[in-house]
Design a protein around this ligand. Sequence first.
Ligand code: TYD
Ligand code: MG
Length: 458
Amino acid sequence: MRKKIYECSECGFESPKWLGKCPQCESWNLFVEKNIGTLIKNRHKKIVNQPISIFESNNILEKSKRISTGVAEFDRVVGGGVIQGAAILIGGEPGIGKSTLVIQIAGLWAKNNGDVLYVHGEESFHQVRERAQRINAIQQNLFMSSSTDILEIIANIETNRYSLIIIDSIQSVSNPEINSLPGSITQVRECTYELVQKAKQLNIPMIIVGHITKEGYIAGPKVLEHIVDTVLYFEGEGKQSLRVLRAIKNRFGSTHEIGVFEMCCEGLKEITDPSAIFLQERPTGVSGSIVFPMIGGSRPLLVEIQSLVGKSRSPQPRRGVMGLNNQRVSLLIAILEKKAEIYLSDRDIFVNVAGGVFVEETAVDLPVVISMLSSFWDSPLGSDWIAFGEVGLAGEIRRVNSTRIRLNEITKFGFKTCIIPRIESSDLPEKSKNLRIISLDNIRELTQLFENREKSYE
Ligand code: TYD
Ligand code: MG
């Protein structure tokens, strides 16, 4: 017996009946019948994939050794190279540089490791070739295909033995047997599933490019996260040249590493010492700015936290947060009001991490609070000031991990004053002796610090 089910091809909402308007995304006339297959009648199936003892699995592990793509920053983010059969999805807004990154990888892989298939359904051959030429990726072993038909791509992969497959982008690939438009959620999901299955079966790594839009992630990587092994986001401020690659899911490594690139005329340049570049355009002597030593995976990174706190003209003050967790910032504002009696409810507040990095660590709490206070009182901090620490609900300033690593990075860049949670002086690294350390217990002490600075100006 076949059961019928209908699915919205825009957002994936499922319904047992056909609907004109989707209750989830409110689009019209996009419900299509979804084939959910026949119910299994015969439950006695032969075992095809015999379980293997974990003890005798060395030959399997051999298969999963890592291969370098030739782009060290990319290798770092995926966990030290690409694993055979791994499906990696790269998401990002249009124009951020995804195609540039993958053609660079394609060229280097073809040069060092073997045949690469690059499926460029999104752009014409000339466009891709012109780009490849500019960034020096023309290689004998790099094969280009303009196919957008998934069945043809699969046939190609099965016939020719490639050592890497790149699909740019998944939104341009479709299955003609599915009654849904290319780029729709149904097509994107089904095609990704087919491709990933094939990559696993043939044990070939695959890089899939997917667009995400500012408005929502519909038909983009969000719906594909559970199908692939690794999901990377490629981000950055459109007009600035800095680009950050980070993993938000990684079956083969941590999700804390970030890769930093600069977009130049010969493609993406790898930035091995990002702190210097993140601080490059930092203004001095302005209020609302302080530097935070974040831990981006295995290496520390210095990033600038900026705030703008101003009197609001509207009854509903505006709040804007970029590069940080929005709710966490709201929480910090609430803590400032309750525990330090700094009333911000009639202020427009904007907080930003310069350079397009996303900070997930709670150690950023203290610099965020400091930058907000600095802007609120219009009291600039010295350009050699830096801070890190978590802020608790009671207004207490709590210790965070990697204090030594952070302090070492700070001294490397010549910062002089550091605001941190209370800590034993024996815990401080040798190198930080020349730093003026201000350790605080709670945010009241922080507001006093600002008040005393004001006095010392008079
Ligand atoms: P692209 O890789 O096409 O972005 P995506 O695939 O994410 O849509 O790159 C987009 C921008 O990068 C484009 O505006 C031009 C710029 N760019 C450079 O600045 N230098 C280069 O060498 C290349 C190839 C692109
Ligand atoms: Mg592209």
